[in-house]
Design a protein around this ligand. Sequence first.
Ligand code: TTP
Ligand code: MG
Length: 353
Amino acid sequence: MSRKIIHIDMDCFYAAIEMREDPSLRDVPLAVGGHPDRRGVIATANYRARRFGIQSAMPSKTACRLCPQLIIIPTRMALYRQESRRIRQIFADYTDRIEPLSLDEAYLDVTDVDACEGSATLIAEQIRRRIHDETGLTASAGVAPNKFLAKVASDLDKPDGRTTIAPRQVDEFIRELPVADIPGVGEVTTEKLHRLGFRTCADLQQLTINEMLRRFGNRGRRLYDLCRGVDDRPVKVERIPKSISVETTYNEDLPDADSCVSKIPGLLEELTDRYDRRDDPPPVRGLFVKVKFDDFRQTTLERSEYTEPAPDSYETLMRQAIDRHDRPVRLLGLGMRLDPDAHSAPVQLHLFR
Ligand code: TTP
Ligand code: MG
């Protein structure tokens, strides 16, 4: 039984949001990213700027050289996260089988969805229309029997387009697909494939599985499948964690509470980085520390009245936890209890660094 997978990818996401916020930016070459004088890089650019060759991850300095009239504005992650949440809420009206890949991109498995009489193409079109009506932004979609083909398809009619590859069209579609368009095949592999005379997936299909493994090692098996349009990876539904934590075991035991407290800033930085890296960080509902002593006894202490990961709060918790046994310490951990069901605005953790 074949699956129905939709890949949705927003068009020039950060830039599109900024153009919506300030319509005077609509008709100019626009990039979002770092300042050219401070070695900034481009996060993304609108389609007008892309005509000058401007791309994500390019140094802003290079971008300004390519397009002297380019307007670069700084990123506003909180705003982009908020838009990302709105889009995900639209997805959630259709299915809970959602795998977000980044703020602006997700796979949806709609195999068992009844909406739109079960037509994945109609569901994709309805989602795109709703995104446009409710956020003023445009999205592109790919509809296919698996994640690989859906992702390739979503790029074919960008921006504001949709491509469906029906099961019966897969063989023909994949034969003509250039090897460079296989997600995960970067420039180096593409060059290697071209040198060997492989330009399309049809060329690659000539190789037996053993030849694939010999030439490409472990990746050979996956390439063997992909060039036939086969991809069995399931849509992985993201579980929102109920807590996040970091811990370190020290080479030498920490002799007293003060030496433990001196480790808080480093641990806290690691912890807040982890939190910040989440697309949609849930609010903090408590803090905890973990302490393991030199005799391997372990204790944890948690307080739900702390809802901001401030160093002072961790210090209070840590001193109390150490007091319980008052011995040298071999391991320290810091954690935050999260509320995965709440979607209020996340705290600005960098304030506490
Ligand atoms: P993409 O979907 O790769 O790009 P995009 O949405 O800007 O443009 P497209 O229409 O081609 O899909 O990435 C989504 C957002 O992620 C993008 O708006 C900015 C951010 N991003 C970076 O910050 N750095 C990067 O190197 C890339 C690729 C994206
Ligand atoms: Mg995008």
